[in-house]
Design a protein. Structure first.
Length: 391
């Protein structure tokens, strides 16, 4: 290796000597199988050695950088390849400046080198087209690979700029529409207090409509946060009976429940539980909605709860309908629905919220002669390390 005699404020400045570097470059240049595999993907890929020097880039990477011949990129470090301004502030190049201390891309590579393990993260890089600075936002993964005594690191970059912009716009949208809908609901509530007779009944109905709209907006917001792993869990103590009563009232004024009934099973055993009330309500609400949609007029949907012992308890929603066997296998797939386009997120969100975020189990049993029961099994407070004298 070449001795890095110049100072660095962050990463090791040492680079491979010319002969050593050419040998590593030749390994990938002459390995047609590896090159074909890397070029077959549309993802931007580059291979670094243990000194963070680029020894191979695939066609997608070269195409994104607008270079016809990638040979002049080899031997450089990533920041030098994309034209990062911080890569030129110190003689040792990419990774050596003070600003490089906070560079997520440099730090991910250094982490992979130090641990010889894969790592992933979102990075923001600043490149240049020769006249202006260009920001790049990527989802970056680094995975080690070995060949003899050489250690290499496969770096993949997926453009996340559109996704990031969409998330910002979504946050603004949900913030504004939630505030607007909440304010309108509040105004309706005030007007309701001034009204009487039939007008008061109409105002109460409109208030429920706005509450339903607000619930749907929040449900979509929660789903997007859950999929992007931004959802925050807030656990609190609640009574299972209160939860079921609240859920049973969710759809009492909506069209799907006008000729149907939602009842609590009298055999239920109620208890105090610890979980995120919002998400439990969302999962059970989707179960009730699906059950109501699955049965004809005059039918009844039943809700219940029972402790399972050993720190677990079970909520369930039952209807007399039956799910075909070919449908059962796909029931929790995103956007799968027998009801047509625009459906399929309810059952998917049950599984996502109930298992990934609430730490429980979501499932169902459907038999022709017994109907269909969806269930949510959750850990009690003791299972979560939460102890309260009320439990």
């Amino acid at each position: 290796m070449e001795d890095g005699k110049l100072a660095t404020f962050h990463a090791n400045p040492v680079r491979r000597g010319r002969e050593d570097l050419q040998r590593q470059i030749a390994y990938f240049r002459d390995n047609q199988l590896l090159r074909d595999a890397f070029d077959a993907t549309g993802t931007m890929l580059m291979i670094l050695n243990d000194c963070r020097q680029v020894i191979y880039v695939n066609k997608a990477f070269a195409r994104e950088l607008g270079v016809a011949d990638e040979l002049h990129l080899l031997g450089k470090r990533p920041g030098e390849v994309i034209g990062c301004p911080n890569a030129t502030t110190e003689p040792c190049g990419c990774g050596a400046s003070r600003a490089c201390r906070d560079c997520a891309a440099v730090n991910l590579v250094l982490q992979a080198i130090a641990t010889n393990a894969g790592c992933t993260g979102d990075v923001v890089l600043t490149g240049s087209d020769g006249s202006a600075r260009i920001p790049f936002q990527f989802h970056m993964q680094v995975h080690p690979m070995c060949s003899g005594t050489d250690s290499f690191f496969v770096v993949s970059l997926v453009d996340a700029s559109d996704q990031a912009r969409r998330r910002v716009l979504e946050r603004v949208f949900f913030h504004d529409i939630t505030n607007t809908t909440g304010a309108l609901k509040g105004i309706i509530g005030l007007l309701k207090e001034e009204a009487d007779g039939e007008l008061k009944d109409n105002m109460e109905f409109i208030e429920k409509v706005f509450q339903g709209l607000l619930d749907e907006i929040l449900a979509q917001k929660q789903l997007l946060e859950a999929e992007s792993q931004e959802l925050t869990i807030v656990r609190e103590i609640f009574c299972s009976e209160d939860m079921l009563n609240e859920v049973s009232r969710l759809y009492e004024w909506q069209d799907i429940a006008k000729t149907k009934r939602v009842k609590l099973d009298p055999g239920s055993i109620f208890q105090e539980c610890v979980s995120d009330c919002r998400l439990v309500k969302r999962v059970l609400g989707n179960m009730v909605k699906n059950a109501l949609e699955a049965v004809p007029a005059g039918s009844c949907v039943w809700l219940g709860c029972q402790p399972l012992g050993t720190g677990w308890f079970k909520f369930w929603v039952h209807n007399e309908g039956h799910i075909r066997e070919d449908v059962q296998y796909r029931i929790f797939q995103r956007s799968f629905s027998t009801k047509g386009r625009g459906h399929g997120l309810g059952t998917y969100s049950m599984k996502l919220l109930g298992e990934r975020y609430l730490g429980g189990k979501v499932g169902f049993v459907s038999e022709k002669d017994r109907g269909t029961t969806f269930f949510l099994i959750l850990p009690c407070g003791e299972s979560l390390g939460i102890v309260d004298t009320k439990l």
